[in-house]
Design a protein around this ligand. Structure first.
Ligand SMILES: [Zn+2]
Length: 86
């Protein structure tokens, strides 16, 4: 999560834009929130999650959604930032 935040800050996204952003990992929804000391933290909301995808997202499957690296297959893409991130 930290990696994703760093990357988006580098891309010039304002903190206000990132606040309230939601992530789904497995069956848990995480919401990005800024703490009083200006750092980002995530609130976890476990539950049942179903994700519907549309065609526009298919282009994106070979790009890591966290760091933006490109791969030639889906598995490598999914594994990219899976380890060592929180
Ligand atoms: Zn990555």
């Amino acid at each position: 999560m930290r990696k994703w935040i760093e990357r988006n800050r580098q891309l010039g996204r304002a903190d206000e834009e990132l606040t309230g952003m939601r992530f789904v990992y497995g069956d848990t929804i995480y919401t990005l929130r800024k703490t009083d000391n200006g750092e980002f933290t995530v609130d976890a909301d476990p539950g049942k999650v179903v994700i519907f995808r549309d065609e526009r997202e298919l282009d994106d499957e070979l790009t890591c959604r966290i760091c933006g690296a490109s791969y030639s297959n889906k598995i490598d893409t999914i594994r990219c930032c899976m380890n060592g991130d929180e």
